[in-house]
Design a protein around this ligand. Structure first.
Ligand SMILES: [Zn+2]
Length: 324
């Protein structure tokens, strides 16, 4: 079964929010757009592979997508079977990739441009070791773990030097991966003694959400990010609140829900909490009651001690410890 579906990566939602909130003339906008396109391409590739994997493996295996553990390692797809587990690294490389094991040199050629990259199987092997340690800490230490590197685009050509170097058990196109998984699991022919669903449930419980640190990567000061409700018609920031709706003064688009995107952006790129006055400033409204109403509807948790709204429930502080 698919126990953990693939979420939209935090990097994508954050970059999209930043591009909405950065001034149009911001100097590194192009770089952010390129990074977003690159990450989106990777995500599309992962979803493409998921289609084959889900359809062919979900009945006899437990599938977890985008597993992030111990705040240290991330696995694109983890497949847990009755005899073994597979740690899958997925890449959406276009063109031709050449894996030169004589020179230990790995390159990809696309539209006449050649770029180098790390030995693709290394990442999956590292994840295998990290997962082995993690499982041992959770008293599971007897399951074979197999690293796989999967190319999502069926049109990508994989070249190997020397040609006699057999990598077919480590590197493959996404559409062949399920058959390979079934074959290897079957060949091992020895149950590891754990219920794969149970291991899956335990890992899902421990999974964290990867937080993309844009401030560190791009040196963007959150103070430079623009507030305002974005028009769903023309994209301009600063829709005006009018009765129970938002109206764009430029293109006259009316929306009842445009503030939802703005609040989502706020929590992605500013802080995981917001006060009533911060909300009024960010959405560009003057009514405290309207701000309260919109924050309530957004499904947030109110923290009466700090008088602010949180994305996640905050720990209840014993009343005796409150010093206001
Ligand atoms: Zn507009």
């Amino acid at each position: 079964m698919i126990m953990k579906p693939r979420p939209i990566p935090n990097e994508i939602t954050t970059l999209e929010a930043l591009l909405r909130r950065l001034p149009p003339a911001y100097k590194r906008r192009r770089m952010l757009e390129q990074d977003l396109a690159h990450r989106q391409q990777g995500y599309d590739g992962e979803k493409n592979v998921d289609r084959f994997t889900g359809a062919l493996l979900k009945n006899n295996f437990t599938l977890l997508h985008d597993v992030y553990l111990d705040s240290t390692f991330q696995i694109d797809t983890l497949i847990i079977g009755p005899h073994c587990m597979f740690v899958v690294e997925i890449k959406n490389y276009k063109g031709t990739i050449t894996l030169d094991y004589k020179l230990n040199q790995f390159t990809r050629e696309y539209k006449g441009v050649v770029t180098g990259f790390r030995n693709p199987i290394i990442q999956a092997m590292t994840n295998k070791l990290l997962l082995t340690n993690w499982l041992a800490e959770h008293n599971i230490d007897d399951i074979p773990i197999i690293p796989l590197f999967v190319i999502s685009d069926p049109a990508t050509i994989i070249k190997v030097i020397p040609e006699t170097h057999d990598i077919s058990s480590e590197i493959m196109h996404g559409e062949y991966m399920p058959q390979h998984v079934i074959k290897v699991n079957h060949a091992l022919n020895k149950p590891h003694g754990h219920l794969h669903q149970k291991i899956g449930a335990m890992i899902v419980q421990e999974c964290e959400t990867y937080h993309f640190d844009y401030q560190q990567k791009y040196a963007i000061d959150p103070k430079d990010l623009l507030g305002g409700v974005q028009c769903t018609g023309c994209g301009r920031l600063g829709m005006r609140r009018q009765y129970n709706s938002w109206i764009c003064e430029k293109c006259q688009t009316v929306s009842k829900t445009a503030h939802i995107q703005a609040l989502t952006d706020y929590f992605l790129v500013k802080k995981p909490w917001i006060s009533n006055s911060e909300c009024m400033r960010f959405l560009g409204i003057t009514s405290k009651n309207v701000a309260t109403k919109l924050l309530k509807e957004h499904g947030l948790y109110y923290d009466p001690i700090h008088r602010r709204w949180h994305v996640k429930q905050v720990n209840k502080v014993p009343v005796g410890k409150i010093t206001v």
